[in-house]
Write a new protein. Structure first.
Length: 244
């Protein structure tokens, strides 16, 4: 999922806070520093208090903090695919190490260097996902990418391009791909290429050099090396022994 940093807000009020119903066009990562209040969505309501960290998708909501209290909210606005969060809000439940890390990241997003914000936001999202609180849509996205690679193993793939094609940051794409496929994207691409190489040599009787050319290897020795890491033997030995 490719996250795009948009804007951070550090909202403080000594007399509570109340907003009219309005449409928020972005996802929001919110930390309640001080105060107790209510976030009201079209079909649900969320009671919040100091120490809470939660995530909301785009949509309509009102915010109500009673006027007899001091309120302090930290808000990170960012864009992400619509399917990413299916619930009106997601609470971050971890109260130990990860919560402390999340708080530090949010504070850095509020006051930190602009150059670091995209990376920090990606880390924050990864922590939410690690805690099992976000539906990242990884299964379908990863399966679609994996099927495309399997159907077109002769193409050259850059992990950055694969991540971009399914709306993910590269680090997040690697994480959800490994979770779904039980191997890294790079290892999966190599396996698909080598499986295809076996089919070409077995079914088409092609020479090793011909197969290497088809798969985009300019160096036959590099192809043989990659083949051996997958099957334990170089392609020449498998061909000679008819052990394909």
């Amino acid at each position: 999922m490719d996250t795009i940093y948009l804007r951070c807000q550090d909202n403080r009020s000594s007399r509570g806070f109340r907003s009219p119903k309005y449409h928020v066009p972005t996802h929001r990562l919110i930390r309640i520093v001080k105060g107790e209040g209510t976030y009201t969505f079209p079909d649900s309501e969320l009671k919040v208090k100091a120490g809470d960290v939660f995530l909301t998708p785009p949509g309509f909501r009102t915010i109500d903090f009673a006027g007899d209290q001091e309120v302090h909210l930290q808000v990170v606005n960012f864009s992400a695919p619509d399917y990413w969060v299916e619930e009106p809000f997601v609470i971050f439940h971890d109260k130990d190490r990860l919560l402390r890390l999340m708080v530090e990241i949010i504070e850095d997003l509020i006051i930190g260097s602009e150059k670091r914000k995209d990376a920090l936001l990606s880390i924050a999202i990864d922590i939410f996902i690690e805690c099992g609180e976000v539906k990242d849509g990884g299964n379908k996205v990863v399966q679609d990418v994996a099927n495309s690679i399997k159907m077109n193993p002769h193409l050259n793939y850059a992990i950055s391009d694969l991540a971009k094609s399914c709306g993910c940051s590269e680090s997040h794409f690697r994480a959800i791909f490994r979770k779904e496929m039980k191997m890294s994207p790079k290892a999966y691409v190599k396996k698909c290429k080598m499986d295809y190489a076996v089919r070409l040599m077995r079914d088409e009787n092609l020479l090793v050099k011909e197969v290497a050319d088809i798969l985009g290897y300019n160096d036959i020795y590099e192809f043989s090396k990659q083949f051996k890491t997958v099957f334990g033997k170089p392609p020449t030995k498998l061909v000679k022994r008819k052990n394909l």
